[in-house]
Write a protein that binds this ligand. Structure first.
Ligand SMILES: Cc1cc2nc3c(=O)[nH]c(=O)nc-3n(C[C@H](O)[C@H](O)[C@H](O)COP(=O)(O)OP(=O)(O)OC[C@H]3O[C@@H](n4cnc5c(N)ncnc54)[C@H](O)[C@@H]3O)c2cc1C
Length: 567
């Protein structure tokens, strides 16, 4: 069976490139956080203006959705053009010293009104840009950032730190309703985009927070070094955004979150600068880094960080293993995780997810397995991992797996993974609600948890839309004590009601995650959208302590009101 996003007739442009291949190609093309010759970022959609699904990709995806929902065609609504968008008059005017780095142009306000979640696209489709900031500032250095924060403080305006705006949890919108803020200033950090200093001996680099993924890797490459943190949003997200949200990269084990790579960081708060000490480890009380990493812009603006680097991998092995079903594949993966093998990649896709990405035909679950090293051959690791798979009935066509990660199901999955972000802005125009949510749970609860969450989401889709949809699952990260399951859902909504319909499905899913003992997010962060469940998940006394920390760093409550906690 052909999938929702997998290559259909005509296949993908650039289909021969894997995740890393595509990234390297962009690095070599000098892609970065926005040189003057590049098209600007879309205000509605993923990537730059002019980028998107190819006609063949779009036709194939629509055809698959048509079959899934059993409809002949879709009602189509186009987003209003930028020129037709309405904005309230800006409530703020920057002082002359800052005017040159500030804008209240419609493009800047529209491009900073939303992140990239389904909800954001549903609002954009309706021309709802009520969460646009009054002013967007593009500071060039810390002095300008501090001056902007001072000005915002004096004006009583909210400050919204902005990396690339790839938040999928309402993390970057200037939502000031119900707050005492008199306007909002978004501080876009894209101009802080340099690798400033490299310590080859300790294998670390001091890197500015606004650098986009490809520009970061391009600056490390001549030194033979790499951060190797590749979230799916890598091309259009920033180091500061990764640290602020505790992002999850492509490493499925060991270095799962960005936390593991942060050696120290610098943050500008309304009360001054915090700079933590560069250390490989420290037992000196609670870690200041751990408080600031994941603070989602509510405590201050991260301006730079010393990041732990790696040598570029020279040895790679991997490929795809097939299993009769998802839960059997999960048991094999638990054996691998608990054997201490630490594969770089060990994602499992349920049969439907495999079909949707073109990695399978829907009859089997697929494990995409990969090892990498800059130092040593990987044969022993691969052999042991395949033994674990074999114990659970896993089969592969390529027993040695050398270079098999560039072929077949593994490669098809990678291609779909790269192209997937471009689908949402096209499918929402047909009323298709396609979204994901992710969590983590200990192994002993996983199977029951998976079944309950999937079933609750399927039920909600039927109740909300009046017809069945589809809920699939894969693992993005795996720990010795449990997996991070990642669910995708597909439903046919009604134009004009897409946001409430999405919210009803999301609520049922979030409730099931929390009731089942999981987390509301493994790596997408909390933002504003996950607040109802985060508030239930985190201990109340911890919320009080976090509130106290915010009060001492941001006494006026300017930074990202509504994100993570209320004042
Ligand atoms: C298609 C797609 C795929 C994705 N894949 C992944 C994935 O694989 N793994 C993953 O973890 N996430 C993923 N995400 C979510 C998102 O990319 C991450 O949360 C990412 O870390 C956000 O980075 P950003 O630079 O775009 O930050 P933004 O979206 O601009 O900001 C995110 C939050 O951090 C704050 N912030 C940003 N920069 C700073 C700073 N310098 N200092 C203080 N606060 C700051 C903002 O105020 C906001 O609350 C994906 C999103 C999309 C749309």
């Amino acid at each position: 069976m052909v999938g929702l996003f997998g290559p259909g007739a005509g296949g993908y442009a650039g289909r021969d490139r894997g995740v890393v291949g595509a990234i390297v190609a962009r690095e070599q093309a000098g892609a970065g956080s926005g040189t003057m010759s590049e098209n600007r970022l879309k205000h509605f959609g993923w990537g730059r203006e002019g980028e998107g699904m190819t006609p063949a990709e779009e036709t194939a995806a629509v055809e698959r959705y048509r079959r899934l929902f059993g409809v002949a065609s879709f009602a189509e609504v186009a987003p209003p053009p930028l020129a037709d968008l309405q904005f309230a008059a800006p409530r703020l005017r920057p002082p002359p010293a800052l005017a040159g780095i500030c804008s209240s142009e419609p493009y800047d306000r529209a491009a900073h009104a939303h992140g990239k979640s389904f909800r954001d696209y549903a609002r954009g489709l309706q021309g709802d840009y009520t969460t646009a900031p009054d002013i967007v500032a593009y500071p060039r250095d810390e002095v300008e950032i501090a001056a902007l924060i001072d000005w915002a403080g004096a004006a009583g305006a909210a400050v919204i730190p902005f990396g690339a705006g790839s938040s999928v949890v309402g993390g970057v919108e200037a939502a000031t309703d119900g707050t005492s803020c008199r306007g909002a200033v978004t501080i876009d950090l894209r101009r802080l985009d340099r690798v400033v200093e490299i310590d080859r001996v300790s294998r670390a680099a001091r890197i500015e927070a606004g650098v986009f993924g490809p520009a970061l890797e391009a600056q490390l490459r001549p030194h033979g070094l790499t951060l190797r943190h590749f979230p799916q949003s890598f091309e259009y997200s920033t180091l500061g955004g990764w640290i602020a949200t505790r992002s999850g990269g492509h490493f499925a084990t060991l270095y799962t979150h960005i936390d593991d790579f942060v050696e120290s960081l610098r943050m500008i708060t309304p009360q001054g600068v915090i700079e933590t000490r560069r250390l490989p480890g420290s037992g000196a009380g609670p870690s200041p880094d751990r408080l600031l990493i994941g603070s989602e812009g509510i405590l201050g603006i991260i301006t730079e960080a010393w990041m732990r680097l790696q040598d570029r991998p020279r040895f790679r092995a991997g490929g795809a293993v097939r299993f009769k079903d998802f839960l059997t594949a999960a048991r094999a993966l638990r054996a691998i995780a608990q054997a201490g093998l630490y594969p770089a990649n060990c994602r499992i896709l349920d049969p439907q997810e495999a079909a949707n990405t073109g990695a399978g035909d829907g009859s089997a679950a697929i494990m995409v397995l990969a090892f990498e090293s800059a130092d040593h051959p990987l044969d022993a690791w691969v052999a042991r991992a395949l033994e674990c798979c074999g114990d659970h009935g896993g089969t592969t066509d390529r027993p040695g797996m050398h270079d098999a990660h560039r072929e077949g199901a593994a490669e098809l999955w990678r291609t779909a993974f790269i192209r997937m972000p471009y689908a949402r802005e096209r499918m929402v125009q047909r009323g298709i609600i396609a979204d994901t949510f992710e969590t983590a749970i200990t192994w002993e609860r996983f199977e029951d948890f998976h079944n309950r969450v999937k079933s609750a989401t399927e039920t909600a889709i039927r109740e909300v839309t009046g017809r069945p949809g589809q809920v699939t699952c894969r693992f993005t990260h795996v720990y010795p004590d449990g997996p991070a399951p990642y669910f995708s859902f597909h439903a046919l909504g009604r134009h004009g009601e897409l946001e409430p319909q999405w919210r009803a499905i999301k609520t049922a899913a979030g409730d099931a995650l929390i009731a089942g003992g999981g987390t509301i997010t493994h790596h997408h962060a909390v933002g504003r959208d996950h607040r109802p469940w985060y508030d239930r998940q985190r201990p109340e006394l911890f919320a009080a302590a976090l509130r106290a920390a915010k009060h001492s760093l941001d006494p006026q409550g300017l930074l990202n009101p509504g994100v993570l906690i209320d004042p």
